[in-house]
Write a protein that binds this ligand. Structure first.
Ligand SMILES: *Cc1c(COP(=O)(O)O)cnc(C)c1O
Length: 386
């Protein structure tokens, strides 16, 4: 009777089921688990942002439907942020669209542009909504492998002409989840050239632009000349301000692309809770010191983990952005087996690379959302079992 749609059935399987089950079981047995599986900041949202929500929540005018897809004050705050951070100017009314978290917009965007059977060019491994959103819109993901030999950048030259002709979208995500890789402006220029030549829309996911180390500061794809003709960029308060649970982000860029996403959304949701939008303005326009301390915390954790694993003979580099360490498994073993082994023998939870796509096989992802002492403890445990 309840026959699932073909679209739902063709979504990639949830591969973390076994490890989730094993993690719960280990916890219920009282084992001392160190969990590197969670891509969610462990630090709280800064106090002034919570205070802004607290005040705005008392205001009855904020209790009603938030129409117009984003308050003017939030749109202007985002406009100011892009100007300060990247030197890019936007019209806040037509080129910026607040979202209920950037995942929401990323997953809905393909509904605006894909017809049945159209391709999205999707990096693999990747953040799952790129594939999910494509499939739910009736499209087909065409996988662009991210290989270590190409610095985890897709090789656009390898995309066949027949695919380019049927491709409507290309997803780009740097700094990258799960590999921690970054991209320079040369790569962005190549993407824009490719997209203009093949009439493909570029979706840039910039969620990790502020989570970077050693003085490195990521660029926006929209800094590239001509980008605004073909690109939309997604950004979020989630990682920058420890606000993953709040659900607030935005899309910006080409006004036709922004308008199309707004039209899709007007049929699906009724905006972001106004008090959260007010708090979002407080986040973007308020004191920014905590970003510096956030970078310091993750950078120290990164150093403890990477240097610790290197001391075990594992081969890996220090990523210059994101809170992910992407690690080649030092033995011939599947990523699911290796993750299960680490949980079983060392009470350490990691994410198997294959969960991000087939080209993630052979790797695990460790998130730096664990205190420094616990990271050191995890390295000790690994030293013991290996
Ligand atoms: C965390 C993350 C986001 C942010 O998602 P929100 O829905 O804004 O919380 C977007 N893209 C990637 C790749 C992420 O890892």
């Amino acid at each position: 009777m309840f026959k699932l749609s073909k679209k739902l059935n063709s979504l990639p399987p949830y591969l973390f089921l076994e490890i989730d089950k094993a993690k719960r079981k280990a916890r219920s047995e009282g084992r001392d688990i160190i969990d590197f599986g969670i891509g969610d900041p462990d630090q709280p949202t800064p106090k002034h942002i919570i205070e802004a929500l607290h005040q705005a929540a008392q205001e009855p005018s904020n209790h009603r439907y938030a129409l117009d897809q984003g308050m003017p004050s939030l749109r202007r705050a985002i406009e100011g942020w892009y100007k300060r951070r990247f030197g890019i100017n936007f019209n806040p009314d037509t080129e910026i669209l607040p979202l209920i978290g950037s995942k929401e917009g990323i997953a809905h965007f393909p509904l605006a542009f894909l017809n049945n059977g159209d391709y999205s060019l999707v990096p693999d491994p990747c953040y799952p909504p790129y594939k999910g959103g494509t499939i739910l819109a009736g499209g087909r993901p065409y996988l662009m492998p991210l290989r270590e030999s190409n610095a985890f950048l897709p090789d656009l030259k390898k995309i066949p002409l027949s695919v380019r002709k049927k491709a409507r979208l290309i997803y780009i995500n740097y700094p990258n989840n799960p590999t921690g890789a970054t991209a320079g402006k040369d790569f962005y220029r190549e993407v824009i050239k490719f997209a203009r030549r093949n009439k493909i829309i570029v979706i840039s996911d910039l969620a990790y632009s502020e989570m970077s180390y050693d003085g490195y500061r990521p660029s926006s794809l929209l800094e590239i000349e001509g980008a605004r003709e073909v690109a939309i960029e997604f950004h979020s308060l989630s990682k920058t301000y420890n606000m993953t649970g709040w659900r607030i982000g935005w899309a910006c860029g080409n006004e036709k692309l922004v308008a199309a996403l707004a039209k899709v959304k007007s049929n699906i949701d009724s905006g972001i809770f106004s008090a959260i939008q007010v708090a979002g303005v407080a986040a973007i326009e308020g004191p920014q010191e905590h970003i510096v301390s956030m970078r310091n915390i993750y950078q120290k954790r990164r150093d403890v983990l990477v240097l610790g694993l290197k001391s075990l003979g594992w081969q890996l580099d220090l990523p210059s952005a994101t809170f992910y360490i992407w690690i080649k498994i030092p033995f011939k073993m599947s990523s699911i087996k290796f993750a299960a082994l680490l949980l079983d023998k060392a009470n350490i939870v990691v994410t198997p690379g294959v969960g991000f796509g087939k080209y993630g096989e052979g790797y695990i992802r460790m998130a730096l959302t664990v205190p420094q002492e616990r990271i050191a403890e995890a390295v000790q445990r690994l030293r013991k079992i290996l």
